[in-house]
Design a protein around this ligand. Structure first.
Ligand code: PRP
Ligand code: URA
Length: 227
């Protein structure tokens, strides 16, 4: 893949053989929906573990069977939000919920208008405010970061509620340079994790080489040709 001109320090591309292999499984047009979802889950475990490295820890006294000790535990002042962008972010977020069961899950319903490529919002169940925005950590999941329109709209929902950009992480399977540039220009201090930085977008906004439509491939909703 070619290096884009404007890639930020806040982007981590996950160089992991399990991620790379399973992204190739996703790219293959002959991969069926069941195998597609299984590959998404395998990649998600690794990407999410990396993305969760900013979770704050504190020391707590515990008793092992042998002695008292000071151990690292998740800071109970912190609040965690898992935010899947519907539809395709759902599989991803199921893995995140297993790893971080104390997180709250706020679904974000967005779809991209096929003609304008602009995101249209159809659902969000965010609260009107967060008790302590600076102690709130947000993880937004969407497999595809293409033009970046959906990602910018999703991040803005949280910055509008005073969540600091530094506490927001956007996690994708595949990104286009165009989407990374748009998101990092809009929000300089958010973190981004992706499994692959692909080449570019085609003239109808699909990532190349990409994997096609992530929602349709996950949920077996390909429309018959000509419909
Ligand atoms: C896909 C994808 C992202 C969006 C990315 O969703 O899951 O949400 O497109 O495109 P962008 O970066 O250009 O905004 P889609 O709109 O196809 O909805 P779906 O998941 O319901 O199929
Ligand atoms: N949405 C997808 O599902 N795939 C793309 O390549 C771009 C947007």
């Amino acid at each position: 893949m070619t290096s884009p001109p404007e890639i930020t320090d806040n982007l981590s591309i996950c160089n992991n053989p399990i991620v790379s292999h399973n992204i190739s499984v996703l790219r293959d047009k002959n991969t069926n929906p069941e195998s597609f979802r299984a590959a998404v889950r395998r990649i998600s475990q690794i990407l999410i573990s990396r993305a969760f490295e900013n979770i704050p820890l504190v020391k707590a006294g515990i008793e092992t069977p042998l002695m008292s000790t000071e151990a690292d535990v998740i800071d109970n002042k912190a609040e965690f939000i898992i935010a899947p962008i519907l539809r395709a972010g759902l599989i991803f977020s199921e893995i995140a919920m297993d790893i971080l069961p104390l997180a709250k899950v706020h679904h974000i319903g967005l779809y991209r208008d096929e003609k304008t490529l602009k995101p249209l919002s159809y659902y969000n169940n965010l609260p009107n405010s967060f008790v302590s925005p600076s102690d709130t950590y947000v993880y937004i999941f969407d497999p595809m970061l293409a033009t970046g329109g959906s990602a910018v709209a999703a991040v803005k929902l949280f910055t509008d509620l005073d969540i600091p950009q530094e506490n927001i992480t956007f996690i994708s399977l595949i990104s286009a340079p165009e989407g990374i540039s748009k998101l990092s220009r809009a929000f300089k201090n958010i973190k981004m994790f992706t499994g692959s930085l692909d080449s570019h977008l085609n003239d109808i906004g699909y990532i190349l080489p990409g994997l096609g439509d992530a929602g349709d491939r996950s949920f077996n909703t390909h429309k018959p040709a000509g419909s």
